[in-house]
Design a protein around this ligand. Structure first.
Ligand SMILES: Cc1cc2nc3c(=O)[nH]c(=O)nc-3n(C[C@H](O)[C@H](O)[C@H](O)COP(=O)(O)O)c2cc1C
Length: 184
């Protein structure tokens, strides 16, 4: 079986709930980036030992949070040693607006993964985009480059949409399946 890590930042708990759903689907280790942009003890070692790394951050001002970016800049150390080359990578983000420039955050994650010499896994889901579509459907916002979820600005983490949480779990499963195939 492949070893998977979900490394994420969350300011107010929404992205954390999404991270938990991805980790549940992937049977992954959760590594939370703290409010100062640092990893917990052993976090770097867990990332080094993983076959697949999943990045997560809320979208703040059209990109990842500064705490995630501090982590990303610190990955220059494994980058110098090419230590993450040929791992699988994937990513997810949460924001308040339905579009909200979430793909800018996912595109940043893709660039980071490819700088490390990794391979990117998208969600592979059909969209739910008919008149009958609801927020409880899978991929109701129609994003493929990762798992994207919407938390209306007055919604608590407990009020996140079922469709988004299901997508996050299924996305985690897909990453785990891809990592197992890649490891073989
Ligand atoms: C500083 C800041 C910037 C934000 N920028 C965006 C944005 O660009 N697009 C958007 O849709 N929502 C934006 N939001 C809303 C957050 O993405 C949303 O509240 C999200 O659920 C927060 O996730 P978290 O609880 O994991 O921190 C912003 C919120 C903050 C605090």
């Amino acid at each position: 079986m492949a070893t998977i890590a979900v490394v994420y930042h969350s300011g107010y708990g929404h992205t954390q709930r999404q991270a938990q759903a991805v980790a549940q689907g992937a049977d992954a280790h959760l590594i939370a980036i703290d409010a100062d942009g640092n990893l917990p003890e052993g976090g770097w070692e867990q990332l080094a030992a993983s076959d697949a790394i999943v990045f997560g951050s809320p979208t703040y001002m059209g990109g990842p949070s500064w705490q995630f970016k501090k982590f990303a800049d610190a990955t220059s150390k494994p980058w110098f040693a090419q230590a993450w080359k040929d791992k699988l990578f994937a990513g997810f983000t949460n924001s308040a607006s339905t579009v909200g420039d979430k793909t800018a955050t996912l595109n940043y994650f893709i660039t980071l993964a490819l700088q490390h010499g990794g391979l990117w896994v998208g969600n592979g889901m059909m969209p739910s985009n008919t008149k009958a579509a609801t927020r409880d459907d899978l991929n109701w916002i129609g994003v493929w480059s990762g798992a994207a979820s919407v938390s209306p600005s007055d919604a608590s983490p407990a009020e996140m949409f079922e469709g988004d949480l299901n997508l996050a779990r299924r996305f985690g499963e897909r990453v785990a399946q891809a990592a197992a195939r890649w490891k073989r």
